[in-house]
Ligand binder design. Structure first.
Ligand SMILES: *Cc1c(COP(=O)(O)O)cnc(C)c1O
Length: 402
């Protein structure tokens, strides 16, 4: 077999299938190759325009090529990119202080931050924190069926989706899965071996399934009674996506630790673990680390995101535009109901209508949404999406559904 295509290929050929693609085929064969973006809009290699109602999966919350973020990154790139973690840098230090302040305002108390590069890494750090907190013999983590926490081995074991484990067995020891939203199911799994419970406020990858407020409050109560850590995975729901700074705020709980990534860098790869000070203090120098923990470059994006989200009141934007999009979606007879919060929405389709038919047709007409499962469309546009762009998206959807 010849691999001549690797050297000869035209970039535009990669959408002819995996054999024309230079990437290891862990993702579906790409159907579109994008070149440029601005706000909610993207343009592919042929110059065709799209509305991006997925934002790189809830990542580009302030829009593509946001000039404020671009300026911050660019200024940082010509000032200081990186120093080792034998030292600190001013940008990461300020970003950690600012993130901690947001968490205090959200009612989580005083805490400390570990920066990393992705959601999976943030959860890996949380797993190590929870194991250290639990100590020997108390090492078990409980997470929910249908959850998603990342693809690295610890985060994968934490992910309550047996189908994702199958090809990579055996998984790590010490993980149990409860029914999401069912407090009795969680209670049955809690014993003296359990160190922590991990939950998403809304299961994003699991189909945009929100936890109800009473459930999260009961989980917190149970965890406190038993001295078990409650870790909230805000990788998808954090940074104003759900109409508040953090998804846990809707229920008024105060988690012991929280993980972040996606929306916090607007596309710059960055994640973080926050833990309340008394919990964070179980970690000692040498217990964890990463060469790229808190690079000045990545954290310059975090600082710009925080300040821009405050200036725009991005949480309010998510609520207002989310209400507009929800109302528009509910008008379609093919939509059974809409779940979620702010601008993380799932439109449940009626039986007989499937995302595998709808999503490619929408893409063809220039609207990017995600079929998060066979019957749910996930919408996560930039929080800066305009009223007109939502109208345009709804009219494309109307054409395709009818
Ligand atoms: C996307 C996601 C992750 C994994 O983040 P990566 O940056 O892809 O590693 C973890 N948890 C949740 C809730 C997510 O949505």
């Amino acid at each position: 077999m010849t691999h001549a295509f690797m050297s000869q290929q035209n970039v535009a050929d990669i959408n002819k299938g995996h054999s024309h693609c230079p990437f290891i085929p862990v993702f579906g064969a790409p159907s579109v190759i994008f070149e440029r973006g601005q706000g909610t809009q993207l343009w592919d290699v042929s110059g065709k325009r799209y509305l991006d109602f997925l934002s790189g999966i809830a990542v580009v919350s302030l829009g593509h090529a946001n000039p404020v973020i671009a300026d911050a990154i660019s200024a940082q790139a010509s000032t200081l990119l990186h120093v080792s973690n034998f030292f600190a840098n001013t940008t990461a230090t300020k970003a950690a202080v600012e993130l901690s302040a947001l968490m205090e305002e959200a009612g989580a108390g005083e805490g400390q931050v570990f920066f990393c590069n992705s959601g999976a890494e943030a959860n890996e750090a949380a797993l190590k924190l929870a194991r250290k907190f639990g100590g020997r013999g108390r090492h078990v983590m409980v997470s929910a069926l249908g959850s998603f926490h990342g693809r690295t081995f610890g985060a994968l074991a934490l992910t309550g989706q047996p189908s994702k484990h199958e090809a990579f067995q055996p998984m790590l020891d010490g993980f149990r899965y409860c029914e999401y939203g069912d407090i009795a199911s969680l209670e049955r799994l809690l014993d003296a071996q359990v160190a922590a419970v991990f939950l998403e406020p809304i299961q994003g990858e699991g189909g945009v399934i929100p936890a109800d407020v009473e459930y999260l409050r009961s989980v917190q109560k149970l965890c406190r009674e038993r001295g078990i850590l409650l870790v909230i995975d805000e990788v998808q729901t954090g940074f104003c996506r759900t109409g508040k700074w953090f998804g846990f705020e809707h229920s008024g709980i105060a988690p012991d630790a929280v993980t972040f990534a996606k929306g916090m860098g607007n596309g710059m790869p960055v994640g973080a673990l926050w833990a309340r000070k008394d919990v964070a203090s179980v970690m000692q120098p040498g217990d964890h680390g990463s060469t790229y923990s808190g690079t000045a470059l990545a954290t310059s994006a975090v600082r710009a995101v925080i300040s821009e989200m405050k200036r725009l009141d991005a949480a309010q934007l998510a609520r207002t535009r989310g209400a507009q999009l929800t109302a528009g979606l509910q008008k379609f007879s093919q939509v059974d109901h809409v779940r979620g919060s702010g601008l993380l929405l799932g439109a449940q389709l009626i039986s007989g209508v499937e995302t595998k038919d709808i999503v490619p047709a929408l893409l063809d007409k220039g609207l990017i949404v995600n079929g998060v499962n066979a019957t749910t469309l996930r919408f996560a546009p930039p929080l800066t999406v305009s009223e007109d762009e939502i109208q345009e998206a709804l009219s494309i959807l109307g054409e395709v559904l009818s």
